[in-house]
Design a protein around this ligand. Structure first.
Ligand code: AR6
Length: 174
C-alpha cells in the first residue's frame, strides 16, 4: 500500500538512518544555508568535491552523490523552486518534479528507504501548507507505480511543518 510507505516525522535529516537523504540544494550544488548547510557539515568536505562535479542542477532535477560521513549511503541533491520567481502553477510543477526526480534517482541507485526535508519551504519561501500538499501527492503518485521503495520519510524540522504534512496526507487519502 502506498499510504503505509509514507512516514511523517519531526527530526533532523542528517541523522536519519536511511539509504538516501534528499538535499534541498541550489543550482550550483556548492552548499549553502538551511538543510543544505547542515547536510554538508555532517557529511564532511568530500561531499562538495563530488557535488561540484555534477553541477549545475536545474530546478526540479536531481543528482546523486555518496553520503560520506552521514549515516545515509547516498545524498540526492535536488533544487526546489524559489516560490516568487514562478506562477503558482509552475512553482507547483517544479516542486513536484523535485520530489519525483529525487525518487527516480533513489530507484536508479537502489535506495529502498529515502528521507526528504520540506523542499523550498525555508529560504525559497514556498507557502508551507501548499508545499506539504504537493510533496505528499508527488510522493504518493510515484509510489503507486514503484514498488522497490519501501519507505519515504518526510522529515519536518518543526511540529507545524509535520502537522501540515499529516493534514495533507489525511486529506489526500480521504
Ligand atoms: N533537517 C530537516 N529539515 C531541515 C533541517 C534539518 N537539519 N534544517 C532545515 N530544515 P531550506 P529551501 C528545514 O531553507 O527553502 C539553502 O541555502 C527548514 O526548516 O534549507 O529549499 C540552499 O543552498 C525548511 O522547512 O531550503 C538553497 O540556496 C526546509 O528544511 C536554499 O537554501 C527547507 O529549508 C534552498 O531553500
Amino acid at each position: 500500500m502506498t499510504k503505509q510507505r509514507i512516514k511523517i516525522m519531526v527530526g533532523d535529516i542528517t541523522t536519519q538512518n536511511v539509504d538516501a537523504i534528499v538535499n534541498a540544494a541550489n543550482n550550483s550544488l556548492a552548499g549553502g544555508g538551511g538543510v543544505d548547510g547542515a547536510i554538508h557539515r555532517a557529511a564532511g568536505p568530500n561531499l562538495v568535491k563530488e557535488s561540484l562535479l555534477l553541477a549545475p542542477c536545474q530546478t526540479g532535477e536531481a543528482k546523486t552523490t555518496k553520503g560520506y560521513a552521514l549515516p545515509a549511503v547516498w545524498v540526492i541533491h535536488t533544487v526546489g523552486p524559489i516560490y516568487h520567481r514562478h506562477s503558482p502553477d509552475k512553482a507547483a510543477e517544479l516542486l513536484a518534479a523535485a520530489y519525483q526526480n529525487s525518487l527516480r534517482e533513489a530507484v536508479r541507485v537502489g535506495a529502498k528507504t529515502v528521507a526528504f526535508p520540506a523542499i523550498s519551504t525555508g529560504v525559497y519561501a514556498y507557502p508551507r501548507e501548499e508545499a506539504a500538499k504537493i510533496a505528499v501527492q508527488a510522493v504518493a503518485d510515484f509510489l503507486r507505480h514503484e514498488t522497490s521503495i519501501e519507505e519515504v520519510r518526510l522529515v519536518c524540522f518543526s511540529e507545524d511543518s509535520a502537522e501540515s504534512h499529516r493534514a495533507a496526507l489525511k486529506n489526500m487519502l480521504g
